[in-house]
Write a protein that binds this ligand. Sequence first.
Ligand code: SF4
Length: 67
Amino acid sequence: MAKITADLHKCQGYANCVVTDPDTFDLDDDGKVMLVRAHVAAADLARADEAVRSCPAAALMLDTSRS
Ligand code: SF4
């Protein structure tokens, strides 16, 4: 399991994360990222990691040391 966190102050609503991994990320009514799930299983980690890296605003963090 890995834990995802989002910095809403950095998020600019580009939605790259939503396009890459809609099972983990969504946008709220204000156009800010919303976590569909905060914990990602090992099987889904590669896609979540790709989504985190796709964020142009560096608003997402993936911590694989926590559950
Ligand atoms: S890719 Fe980054 S800036 Fe865009 S919605 Fe996701 S968290 Fe926000």
